[in-house]
Write a protein that binds this ligand. Structure first.
Ligand SMILES: *Cc1c(COP(=O)(O)O)cnc(C)c1O
Length: 553
């Protein structure tokens, strides 16, 4: 037998060129190669064209420049010598975090494995009472932004009683817990009615605003895939939209475009939104209001754009929840944001914010049930049986639905109108107090119509102010890009707004007198670093350490 030397494909063709069959094959391969080449060029150039159209030449150059800077800085951070120093600083910061967060009180029992024998109910009650009493930022005094939205004893007692009745229940089994199914369906119906849904409107309850937003994005992605074959989905959000939209992009592999806001109104810049829309756009987003500045985007403008381009529009009313639908009835100025705008296809509304439901409750409502079905998960082949679930979770706590239902029917429309009145009045007092007495050092960002007031300064480091306020027991939220802080008013903060204004005034004088060179507090140090470096991987590592610390037993 003659041994055959392996030859490459090309050589085979070269030596056998005379054969007409091979020549035809060669020709075909050439054509295919050219088609593939042209396909990639087209794909690449249309991507480049979309990028240029969306962000403009200067915008694209800025994005590229920032990318280069970040990459270069990242390389420096990993360089020998630097890397060790960075790690040492991170370790130090992590140790500080742990010292602050992990309470090692000798009077508290630590369970690092199951107790051999169960502990008596009395002992457990005693132990948990101690845990509830641990030293903490005092939300009861009304010095905390957001976090607890009602906190009234009567409502809490009612919620607890109703939750107890349903503590074993799980809406995954509607036959076992028909009462929970009824309550959940009615919670959705009541929210649909609050947001003026048309007949045929449909919705779900979820575990919180983040899940509502994740599901709205998933529905939009699935719709575009099924109806238009979009496989590289993109969503367009104001840069002030909640981080949950970025989380959706991260989980569901969607590109997220962040659109600048108008520097005067703090609302999303519609012209920039329009430029970013392309065939792959599956969802537009507006907030009513947004978390950072408490500003309602131009939902009317977004709705027109959405209709013209035939793209779904999600309105994030997670924060606006049970205030924004009642603004007018409570006697305040409002702006259109709900299903009465024809382009709005979905709205997220957190019952666990100004709906005063127990935490772990939100709703997501759609213009029609087909949009809702796009978020369902259905598995007809599972060995465990045919499986269908409306959202992320499988089993869900029916007790929370009971707590939510009880809160809503206990408050009623008039209850929510008066709470909206009191909370928005509190926010407006804060805003006018700042504008009238603390400007020009402090100024309110945009014209907040709801419950959040964000403010900043051109004369002092606003984070210094936040750090000094926290020494007085205040807990405001730090914002970035641009640096600012905000206060989300709640039922609890109503009583403390005058004290806040007084403390703000005193702290402002102190921070101004001290000048910018003074030692930095925690907020100023963290955001000072975050804002000044082109690559935030160190800040990211610190955030990871923070989460790790949460789980230190
Ligand atoms: C609170 C909030 C959310 C969702 O937050 P969860 O903590 O997941 O409930 C979404 N959007 C805005 C504007 C919010 O303020």
């Amino acid at each position: 037998m003659s041994s055959r030397v392996p030859v490459s494909l090309r050589e085979t063709f070269n030596t056998q060129r005379a054969n007409p069959r091979n020549q035809a094959l060669l020709f075909n391969i050439g054509v295919i190669r050219n088609i593939v080449f042209v396909y990639f060029i087209l794909r690449w150039s249309s991507k480049a064209a979309r990028q240029l159209r969306g962000y403009g030449i200067i915008g694209t150059i800025v994005i590229f420049y920032n990318y280069l800077r970040s990459t270069a800085y990242g390389i420096i951070l990993r360089a020998p010598g630097v890397k060790g120093k960075v790690k040492a600083q991170l370790d130090e910061a992590t140790a500080k975090l742990e010292e602050k967060m992990v309470v090692r009180d000798p009077n508290l029992v630590r369970h690092l494995a199951l107790p051999k024998n169960g502990i008596s109910a009395d002992k457990i009650r005693e132990e948990l009472a101690k845990l509830a009493d641990l030293k903490h930022t005092n939300w009861e005094s009304g010095q905390v932004s957001g976090a607890v939205y009602h906190g009234g004893k009567e409502l809490l007692d009612l919620q607890t009683d109703c939750m107890r009745l349903f503590s074993v229940s799980n809406p995954l089994h509607p036959d076992v817990f028909p009462g929970v199914r009824k309550m959940e369906a009615e919670v959705v119906a009541m929210v649909l009615s609050m947001f003026n849904a048309p007949p045929g409107g449909a919705g779900v309850t979820t575990s919180g605003g983040t899940e509502s937003i994740l599901m709205a994005c998933l529905s939009a992605r699935n719709k575009a895939y099924v109806e238009k074959g979009v496989t590289e989905p993109e969503i367009i959000i104001p840069k002030t939209a909640h981080a949950a939209f970025d989380k959706a992009g991260y989980y569901f592999k969607m590109k997220v475009h962040h659109v600048e806001i108008d520097p005067n109104t703090y609302k999303v810049d519609l012209k920039r939104v329009a430029k970013l829309i392309n065939y792959n756009t599956v969802l537009l987003v507006g907030s009513a209001p947004n978390f950072p500045h408490g500003i309602i985007d131009d939902i009317q403008g977004l709705s027109r754009l959405a209709l013209r381009k035939k793209i779904p529009l999600h309105v994030d009313a997670c924060l606006g929840s049970f205030i924004v639908p009642f603004l007018e009835k409570a006697g305040f100025k409002s702006e259109p944001f709900d299903f009465r705008l024809k382009g709005v296809t979905s709205i997220s509304c957190d019952t666990h914010k100004y709906g005063f439901a127990p935490k772990g409750n939100s709703t997501l409502i759609y213009r029609n049930s087909q949009l809702r079905a796009y978020q369902y998960y259905i598995n007809t082949h599972w060995t465990g049986g045919i499986y269908a679930s409306p959202n992320l979770s499988g089993s869900r706590p029916g007790s929370l639905i009971a707590g939510c239902y009880a809160s809503m029917i206990s408050m009623g429309e008039n209850g929510y109108i008066s709470s909206a009145h009191a909370i928005v009045s509190c926010a407006q007092r804060l805003a006018t107090g700042i504008t009238e007495n603390l400007s020009p050092d402090l100024f309110v960002m945009g014209e907040p119509l709801v419950s959040v007031v964000a403010f900043t300064s051109k004369t002092i480091d606003i984070y210094d102010l936040a750090d000094e306020l926290s020494k007085l027991g205040w807990h405001l939220n730090a914002l970035q890009d641009p640096p600012a802080v905000h206060m989300a008013c709640t039922t609890l903060t109503i009583k403390s707004v005058e004290t806040l204004l007084k403390d703000l005034g005193e702290v402002l004088v102190m921070v101004k007198a001290r000048g910018k060179g003074a030692a930095k507090g925690d907020t100023a140090a963290l955001y000072g670093v975050a804002g000044s470096v082109p690559n935030r991987s160190v800040v990211g590592s610190l955030a990871t350490a923070f989460i790790d610390t949460l789980f230190k037993a």
